[in-house]
Each structure stands twice: as structure tokens, then as C-alpha cells.
Design a binder for this molecule. Sequence first.
Ligand SMILES: C[S@@+](CC[C@H](N)C(=O)[O-])C[C@H]1O[C@@H](n2cnc3c(N)ncnc32)[C@H](O)[C@@H]1O
Length: 304
Amino acid sequence: MFPVMTYHRPVLLKESIDALQLQPEGNYADLTFGGGGHSMAILEHLKGGKLYAFDQDADAAENAARITSKSFFFIKNNFRYVDKFLKIHGVPQVDGILADLGVSSHQIDTPERGFSTRFQGDLDMRMDTKSAKSAKQVINNYTEEDLHRIFGMYGEVRNAKSLAAAIKEARTSTKIQTVDDLKLLLNSFAPRGREYKYYAQVFQALRIEVNNELEALKEMLANCVKVLKPGGRLVIISYHSLEDRLVKNFINKGKFYGEVEKDLYGNELKPLKSMTRKPVMATEEEVHENNRARSAKMRIAEKF
Ligand SMILES: C[S@@+](CC[C@H](N)C(=O)[O-])C[C@H]1O[C@@H](n2cnc3c(N)ncnc32)[C@H](O)[C@@H]1O
């Protein structure tokens, strides 16, 4: 068995497995395999049922290749295409879907992937290392206006406009290639004593842009509705407010922005029923053992 815990410690494991209400004969999808912690727990409940796991990361695919269970199928692709790939596998609908969004500890802790502000590494940040756009390309090629937009929208960076202008100026003399190159530049914009928080906001913005995370999430949520059986559960764990807002709106209103639509009789037109009034959060004990769990918010919905 592979070392699940050193690759990534699964967050809200018991809570998410309970939320899926697994049936031994059911078919399920884990859209974010990572180190396979959630997938392994799902497989333990299956007898006759099947699990289809997705991840766009080659290292996650390597982990998945070690699972020998005949009930397990791995799909190395973006979860935004969940409906298409399940169809290719001859599965029109599933009984439950789990997505544990964001990056794994393994991705963050691998210096050369460039996700972390703590290590020296290339400014990469691609979850799928075959995709065309890296953080280096965003920083060096995006217009000042686009940089301003992504820092403001995805990182809620306060001085996004002046930061974008400084990047444009700096890159005319030397290319910004590494995590350290970028941190050096950010340093003069960061509030004193809160440098790492500031770096984290900028890195979050770049990561979201590089991996097109919010668009992928929206497409995935809309496609999940197509492949979930009536009564099937959708369980989503998110780690920042931009993701959680999209998940919350989609579950509660059937759309990402604006109010819920109603038919002529005043019935709400939405595909999912929320099973929790508030998101499920990790216990103090879990946060104590795994700091990554502190920002996790899990939402549970059932297909009408
Ligand atoms: C938080 S980790 C999941 C950890 C996993 N639940 C476990 O127990 O190990 C998120 C994983 O989802 C993958 N991922 C994120 N966005 C994706 C997307 N759009 N399509 C496919 N995989 C994605 C990442 O590559 C990463 O491995």
C-alpha cells in the first residue's frame, strides 16, 4: 500500500464518507484523488459497486496505479469533464460524488512545482504539468490590466494595481523566473510583519489563474448534476471563499450568481437540495493534527 498520509492527509474524512451515504453496490466518483485517502475509504465500503477517481496530476496518477482493486478506475483528466469521462467508461449516472478541491500537500511541498512561498523553485504552479500556462507565463506575459484583475479578484490583494504596474516595469529588464524572484519584488508591497500572508494572497491568485480553477469548478458542478442519480449525494470540500461561494450558490440557487429562478407556479427551479444549513467544518482536534483542515468547508447536497 502507498503512503497516503505522507502524500496528503485527507481532510474531513469521516464526515465526507458519512455524507456520501455509501451503498455497497453503488457507483461513485472521487473527483480529486490526490493521495487517495478519500478514495481508499470509499473503496472499503463497496461490495459490487465501483469507484471512478479523477485527478489531473501525474503524481496522483502514479499513486492511483498502485490500487489493485477491481472496483477502482482512474481517470487522469480534469474533473470539469466528469460527465464525458464517465460516459466513456459506460457509466451514465453515479450514486454519489466527492470533490476535495485545491492542491494536495504533496503538490505544495514539492519545491520545483512552485506552489509554496516557503521554498525556492520555478514559478510553475500547474496541477497538470502538461498544460500550456504556468505562473511564469502569467507573470511575464499578461498585460498590466490582466495582472491587476487577477490579483484583485482571486487574491483580494489590496494594492493590486500598483503591484501589477511594478511587475510590468520589473520584467522589462529581467524575466521573473522563480519563487524567490517574485518574493523579492512583492516584499516592498507587503505590509511589514505580514509578508507571508501577502505572498500567499498573490500566490493564490496566480494558482487560480494558472489552473483556471473557478471555471473548472463551475463546469464540474454543472456536469455533476447531469451524472448524479436522483437522491444521489454531492459532497464538496473547499478551502477559500471564492470556491465556497460558487458551491453554496449553486447548491442553494441552482446558479452561480443572482437569485433562484421560479416556474409559473412559484416553484424553485434548482437541481439540488442542500442537506446542511451551514458548511461542515473540521473539529478542533482535526485542525490541531492537520493545520490544512482549518479552512475546510464541506457542503452536502442531494439531487432532486
Ligand atoms: C486536496 S487534494 C485531494 C486530496 C485527496 N482527497 C486525498 O485524500 O488525498 C486535491 C487534488 O485534486 C486535484 N485537482 C484539483 N483540481 C482538479 C481538476 N480541475 N481536475 C482534476 N484534478 C484536480 C489536484 O491535482 C490534487 O491532487
